[in-house]
Design a binder for this molecule. Structure first.
Ligand code: M6R
Length: 616
């Protein structure tokens, strides 16, 4: 995904746009650019490969004056990261400049048509095709910018959030969305902001309009009004909402990286997630989304959980939880596979879709597919008002607060907490969980934030340990039961931020192949808290030690057996087995973070990645 910011008002636009780009950089950081209209309505576009700071350096001696502008930070889809492929893109006559998030799927046929009309292209992007197409329509039909955008988008197939400026027209900013989020912020005295999320806007205003798919907005200076129409030309009344986000939530607050801040924030984010839902005094779970739809779950033939990446790992834990405590069959589906394999979906299935961002293209497609079959869809999502939140019939927000680090941390633990709350409430309502177990799990869930505090307090110890492993080129992660998905998550965390190859396996599966990789060079993280499979994991650890593997074990407080065999040990406080992933994942997050920083990696902006994958 990419980041979009725009401004029209009385202030100088450039500082607002640059600050906005820094806030959006987590969404994409391979190139950045800005377009401004100066006081004479001349259009200036500046763009460059690399981070926003490169753009700032590039602009130092440029004319960046003007009170209207758009800016973009890119995660490449069509065309490699380069100056020329960076946004904004000019149209041929350099009278239009456009920024875009998404993919224009029919760009090739549009490009061929435009080439036949004499249009020349300088980049490899689908975005340049769109801006040329808008210019073509505008010239042919002698219409306004808004009208040209409207006509162009009526013929476009694909996903987009766009912002467009026109030379000679310093009073108008046109923007539109379909499939990629876009927000209009309403500031003071006729100033307006544009953002692909709230982060570049929240410093200036909390009043926003979330554009819907196929909305096209014209923001005109001086008129003090915005006009929104959809592709069917219906004029829409702007629905102004308040953003529930504070500036401090999107700042590092003294931490070296957002990822570290977000790891340390987990006790708080879990408390926010459970606030009013885990009622420890009453020993009850309150989740209106589940309570209001209990019959859907009661009558469910099975539950499908669909997600990607870290959210998929949380989904796997959901399967263990729901099958054990609610006795409903659960199938967990990687959304990108599910959507294309012609799956059997029943009307009486229930789908749970999990997404931190709520904008993951594959997860959204899986939702649409299940919806077509008449399935009831329940969302678990962090970003309020996101596409997943709107596409689902009901759901639960994780309320983790904004997650800026590309590597997901607090999103995972809050997703697991929501799945746990859903399980407990369903189990109680369906009568599959006995009262004593229910109450004791509710109490224990309530104590998890405090226990995470104790683990993050060991950060220095984990940092010291991590220095030993910067040499490693491969890592193995093993776990069983509820902690098998934690092993997968630990491996993903390490891969994405340190670029060390890592694999997660169910511990018993090791003997079916992966053990061949083990030698004295191979660090193996074994997630082994003391539960019913403990003795079996002890045997696994012995087998690995016999082959000289370097064992880092995550064990329960006071563990004696594995502690004596393993090379390194991190203890976690005791808890119930089904809640243990909420604790065991924390040392794995810290280990990845410290290994990656010791290797000098940019953990908040790992190479090739972006915070959420809004394209297939
Ligand atoms: O926003 P989502 O939860 O839908 O994102 C899914 C994955 O793209 C995401 O979890 C990704 O795997 C993270 N970078 C992992 O840290």
């Amino acid at each position: 995904m990419c980041g979009i910011v725009g401004y029209i008002g009385k202030r100088e636009a450039y500082p607002i746009l640059i600050k906005g780009l820094h806030r959006l950089e987590y969404r994409g950081y391979d190139s950045a650019g800005v377009a401004l209209l100066d006081s004479k309505a001349n259009l200036h576009v500046y763009k460059t490969r690399g981070k926003v700071v490169n753009l700032e350096n590039y602009c130092k001696d440029k004319n960046v004056s003007g009170t209207i502008g758009i800016a973009h930070t890119r995660w490449a889809t069509h065309g490699e990261p380069s100056d020329v492929n960076a946004h904004p893109h000019y149209s041929q006559s350099e009278t239009l400049a456009l920024i875009h998030n998404g993919i224009i799927e029919n760009y090739l046929s549009l490009k061929q048509m435009l080439e036949r009309k004499g249009y020349k292209f300088v980049s490899q992007t689908d975005t340049e095709v769109l801006v040329q197409f808008i210019e073509y329509i505008k010239t042919e039909n002698k219409c306004s910018l808004y009208e040209a955008v409207h006509q162009a988008l009526s013929q476009v197939i694909g996903a987009y959030a766009i912002g467009v400026l026109e030379k000679g027209n310093a009073d108008t900013l046109v923007a539109a969305r379909k499939g990629s989020p876009l927000i209009v912020g309403i500031g003071e005295a006729g100033e307006y902001f544009l953002g692909s999320d709230a982060s570049p806007i929240v410093e200036y205003t909390k009043d926003v309009i979330y554009l819907n798919d196929e909305d096209i907005v014209e923001i005109r200076r001086g008129v003090g009004e915005i006009m929104i129409k959809n592709l069917s030309n219906v004029v829409l009344k702007p629905q102004v909402q308040k953003i529930r986000m504070d500036l401090s939530e999107i700042e590092k607050g003294g931490f070296a990286h957002f990822m570290l801040k977000e790891i340390f924030e987990q006790p708080k984010s879990l408390m926010m997630c459970m606030n009013g839902r885990v009622q420890s005094e009453l020993q009850e779970i309150m989740l209106s989304g589940i309570r209001d739809n209990i019959e859907k779950f009661r009558n469910a033939r099975r539950i499908l959980i669909s997600a990607c990446g870290t959210s998929w790992h949380a989904a796997l834990i959901g399967k263990y939880l729901i099958e054990y405590y609610c006795k409903i069959p659960v199938e967990v589906e990687v959304a990108s596979e599910f959507r294309y394999r012609n799956p059997v979906i029943f009307e009486d299935d229930v789908m749970i879709a999990i997404s931190q961002s709520g904008e993951t293209a594959d997860t959204l497609a899986a939702i649409e597919l299940a919806k077509e079959k008449g399935t009831f869809i329940y969302g678990i999502c962090n970003v309020v008002g996101s596409s997943v939140a709107r596409a689902t019939h009901s759901g639960t927000y994780t309320h983790a607060g904004p997650e800026i680090g590309v590597a997901s941390t607090k999103a995972f633990t809050t997703q697991v907490a929501v799945l746990t709350m859903i399980t407990l409430l369903l189990g109680k309502e369906l009568g599959t969980i006995d009262r004593t177990t229910y109450k004791s799990l509710v109490r224990e869930l309530d104590s998890i934030p405090e226990k995470i505090e104790k683990i993050v307090a060991k950060a220095d110890e984990i940092e010291e340990m991590s220095k030993v492993f910067t040499y490693a080129r491969n890592f193995m992660y093993l776990g069983r039961g509820y902690n098998y998905p934690v092993a997968l998550e630990g491996a993903l965390k390490l891969k994405e931020i340190s670029y060390i190859h890592a694999e997660g396996y169910p511990a018993a599966e090791m003997k079916h192949g992966p053990i061949a990789l083990v030698d004295e060079e191979m660090p193996i993280v074994v997630v082994a808290p003391k539960f019913k499979m403990y003795d079996k994991i002890v045997s696994n650890v012995e087998e690995l030690k016999a082959r000289k593997g370097k064992i880092i074990a995550i064990v329960s407080e006071g563990d004696k057996n594995i502690s004596n065999i393993a090379d390194y040990v991190i203890e976690i406080p005791n808890t119930e087995e089904c809640l243990s992933p909420l604790l065991t994942v924390i040392p794995l997050q810290l280990l990845s973070y410290y290994i990656a920083t010791a290797k000098g990696r940019n953990v908040d902006q790992p190479r090739n990645l972006a915070k959420s994958v809004t394209v297939e």
